[in-house]
Write a protein that binds this ligand. Structure first.
Ligand code: ADP
Ligand code: MG
Length: 647
């Protein structure tokens, strides 16, 4: 009863929820108060500079130095008004975490202290690049690396520090982070998608990718967490037995949220709102102590930054509640692991969702164009998409009967399957029915409209009505990795599509016929990637093999897809990565994988030697004493239960 674990349990059970007070009952009162938003800019910048900055952000063009100088002064004034003392470039190196190096606003001029922050400090900084993963691009003796301001993601205040989202590149220009290639991929998508939109609408000038992630996580009381060196050092229980009651009763999912957890959620949500992160949803997940948080979707670059920021924030806020957050993909064997579904779509600058089918998808040629091209891109590049979600942690989750398998396939639902079949066969069939409704004869409850697609929770890449949901992304991943690959392959596909359609138009086919003809050939060519059944079944593994779909089980094998000739050509053509950058990234990821496994095995050895073997020996000694005692009884007493015993 005096064991460490028992004491820990006593302490954990005695904890009370920590009440959180909201700055106001209306979230809109404090949403974004710590963001250098357009509203703030308008207040702190002259009208002309504000207009120049906004135009540059909207059209993705570079900002000149005089403008940057004025923006820096405005940022500094705003930050000082809010009690901020330091600033940092905030970036996302390939470690997976975010990085920051704080500098105080102070400068000393002629012996006099002043607060200084100018365009120079805003636009560029030079952190040492040799201590971040670079895959051999940087060695210790050539350490220069630069961070560069990303004006498309607003600066924000975290604690008492002004944080400026930046990219991070080496002295020789190679990307050393997640943001640089993501921005390039988003740029490539814009470049490829606008001309395709222009077939349908000449006014479209900009296409963006949208992302709404769903973040799953586990919570553990800090004292129970501290009693497990494996959780502390690897985020995962390396030893253990299944509890008698796990998730069998399915009583946790969407269950009532425990009060202590609820206060933690309210706390980090409040902090998120102040930072302009539009959190929308919270609920219990399937496994005991597993939860989910999801925001309203945003432009992909900002959504990625917000997810990275949120993970950091959740970790910090959890400590105030004596909790620890686990983002590891499979912290406990025998119960579900955690993912981060990436809901993705494309939209025009004026906000029209390009993957919204409308009432009659078979006549909505623009929808079909983007829909079919996405499916074709996934079919042609399933291996690269698979590589984008490969990691040591996710390996334990994929294919474990709770998450999509390692085989990438696309689910589109019955109705759209009919539409594509009809389209392919040239017949006017495959008509989508009007939105069906379910009649519920229970009086006051209104009719529910049935969605365009049913759900398929087993599919790694599922169409869910007006967006695709990439469900195979791991919970600890930086979404940028999956997003840069997805946007890159779709950009590449749309580029090819445009070339084919223009080719046909040159041969005097009408634009509409050229589009239809090309889409029809894509539907046929990519039919094998479409799968509507149970992705967790053994039959699917066999069927997928017959279809020739890749089924890559391990991370090292999966990562190879980044350095095939196909991938190198694709990323080079779309101006996202050079061959050198790709090889370096491949090396970084393979190395991170190896190191993680190595750390886990070392922790296992430590725990075995310092905890398990001593406990086993102690138990063995107890048994020895017990056996000796029994022997004593039998040998010393002359009679046992009235039976004469001979010694
Ligand atoms: P569910 O998947 O449970 O049906 P939702 O339909 O609300 O939930 O969507 C889940 C996530 O998808 C949310 O983060 C939501 O903002 C996001 N989402 C919705 N529409 C889009 C879109 N057009 N592009 C990207 N993400 C979207
Ligand atoms: Mg969802």
């Amino acid at each position: 009863m005096n064991s460490l674990r028992f004491k820990a349990l006593q302490e954990a059970i005695a904890r009370q929820p920590i009440d959180v007070e909201l700055p106001s009952n209306r979230v809109s009162d404090f949403f974004g108060i710590n963001v250098f938003s357009y509203d703030v800019m308008q207040k702190y910048l002259s009208e002309s500079v504000f207009k120049t900055l906004k135009a540059a952000i909207d059209s993705n063009t570079s900002i000149d130095r005089p403008t940057a100088d004025e923006v820096a002064i405005a940022m500094k004034t705003w930050a000082l008004d809010k009690g901020v003392t330091h600033y940092t470039h905030w970036f996302q190196p390939l470690t997976g975490a975010t990085a920051e190096k704080h500098d105080v606003f102070l400068d000393v001029v002629d012996g006099k202290a002043i607060e200084r922050f100018g365009g120079g400090q805003l636009v560029q900084q030079e952190p040492d690049a040799s201590s971040f993963p670079s895959g051999g691009i940087r060695s210790t003796f050539e350490a220069r690396g630069y961070t560069g301001w990303d004006p498309s993601s607003p600066a924000f205040i975290f604690g008492k520090t002004l944080c400026i989202p930046t990219i991070y590149i080496s002295y020789t220009g190679e990307a050393l982070d997640y943001k640089t290639p993501l921005l390039k991929a988003l740029n490539a998508l814009n470049k490829a998608a606008v001309p395709v939109c222009n077939y349908f609408d000449k006014n479209v000038k900009k296409v963006i990718a949208t992302l709404g992630w769903e973040q799953e996580y586990f919570l553990v009381d800090e004292i129970l967490f501290s009693a497990r060196p494996d959780l502390v050092h690897s985020g995962r229980a390396l030893f253990g037995a299944n509890p008698a009651k796990g998730q069998q009763l399915e009583d946790h999912y969407f269950g009532s949220i425990p009060e202590r957890v609820n206060e933690f959620m309210r706390d980090f949500e409040t902090e998120s709102y102040k930072l302009g992160i539009p959190i929308k949803t919270r609920h219990n997940e399937v496994a005991p102590n597993q939860y989910e948080v999801a925001p309203i979707f945003e432009e992909a670059n900002i959504a990625v930054d917000h997810n990275q920021l949120l993970m950091d924030l959740m970790d910090k806020v959890a400590r105030r509640h004596h909790l620890r957050v686990l983002f590891y993909e499979k912290p406990f064997a025998g119960v579900n692991g955690s993912g981060k579904h990436n809901n993705w779509s494309m939209a025009t600058g004026s906000g029209k969702n390009l993957l919204s089918p409308g009432k009659t998808p078979e006549t909505n040629l623009q929808f079909l164009t983007f829909f079919v091209n996405t499916i074709k891109a996934v079919y042609d590049n399933a291996d690269i998409l698979r590589a984008s979600i490969a990691s040591a942690g996710n390996e334990h989750r994929l294919g474990a009967n709770e998450a999509p398998p390692a085989i990438i396939s696309v689910f589109i639902g019955e109705q759209l399957t009919k539409v594509l079949d009809g389209f392919e066969k040239k017949v006017k069939g495959g008509k989508s029915s009007e939105k069906k409704s379910i009649k519920l004869d229970i009086g006051h409850i209104p009719e529910l409209t049935l969605d365009n697609t049913d759900r398929n929770r087993t599919s790694p890449f599922a169409f869910t009505g007006n967006k695709f949901e990439f469900r195979a992304v791991g919970s600890s991943a930086n979404c940028a990795q999956a997003m840069l690959v997805l946007n890159a392959i779709v950009a590449d596909q749309l580029t090819k599509f445009k070339a084919e359609v223009d080719g046909l138009i040159k041969k005097s086919t009408s634009t509409e016929d050229a589009i239809i003809q090309t889409l029809r050939s894509y539907i046929t060519a990519s039919a094998n990637i479409r799968f509507e059944g149970n992705n967790y079944s053994k039959e699917w593994v066999k069927e997928a093999a017959k279809r020739g779909l890749p089924n890559i089980q391990t991370t090292p094998e999966a990562l190879e897809a980044f350095v095939t000739n196909k991938a190198i050509k694709l990323f080079e053509t779309q101006s996202i990565f050079s061959k050198g950058e790709q090889e370096a990234r491949h090396e970084i990821q393979a190395e991170i994988y190896t190191k993680k496994i190595q750390i886990e095995s070392r922790i296992m050895a430590d725990m075995a030697l310092t905890q398990i073997i001593p406990a086993a020996l102690k138990y063995q000694n107890l048994l020895i004493t017990n056996v000796k005692g029994i022997k004593d009884i039998f040998t010393t007493s002359r009679s046992l239960a009235g039976v004469e015993v001979k010694s």
